[in-house]
Design a protein around this ligand. Sequence first.
Ligand code: ADP
Length: 215
Amino acid sequence: MVLPIELNKRQERIVEIVKDHGPITGEHIADQLNLTRATLRPDLAILTMSGYLDARPRVGYFYTGKTSAQVLTEKIRQIQVKDYFSLPVVVQESATVYDAICTMFLEDVGTLFVVNKQTKLVGVLSRKDLLRASMGNQELNTIPVNIIMTRMPNITVCQKEDYLTDVAAKLIDKQIDAVPVVKDTNGESAYEVIGRITKTNITKALVDISGDAII
Ligand code: ADP
């Protein structure tokens, strides 16, 4: 869940009160606003979860001193692969280049992951890998994809718990469009593919964050 960074008037008032009088209990904040503690509860929850305020039991609320830009940066850094990944589209390593082209068109993706008979990741196929193989080649129906794919161990992967910003850095650093989300199968260095992160997922995260934020 991405929390709103833009505060409403009441939340801004609460932040001001806590800035001036903190540490201060919820009860006392409510008194200052002529409201009940129950009415304030959702606002206080939002302010603590989004990082503007901190709360200590029996002490009360205090101001963290974070600017909205800092709060926003922290929010972005906290986004994990599991919050945004899509389903993977895979082909068998015995599939032909022609099959892979059809799959890429039909599934409307830009990158395919190649798996072996045990469904473990063995390769990656990009649009240009398939275009390159097609140029001047009449045998697309017979050439298996494992001849043209980028293969293990040269595949950049990520895991569900990784931070999305780290995956974004990998995409830029390696100049690739997608990485498979994998599950390590008992450290056998054989990966099961459970998802994909592409530039589209990262753009989606950016749109969600900026839709919620006013810096
Ligand atoms: P395109 O080749 O269509 O521009 P990419 O930039 O994603 O698409 O791919 C560039 C090259 O990097 C291709 O040869 C592809 O096989 C390879 N590649 C793509 N994704 C990965 C990855 N996650 N790990 C390693 N190599 C990859």
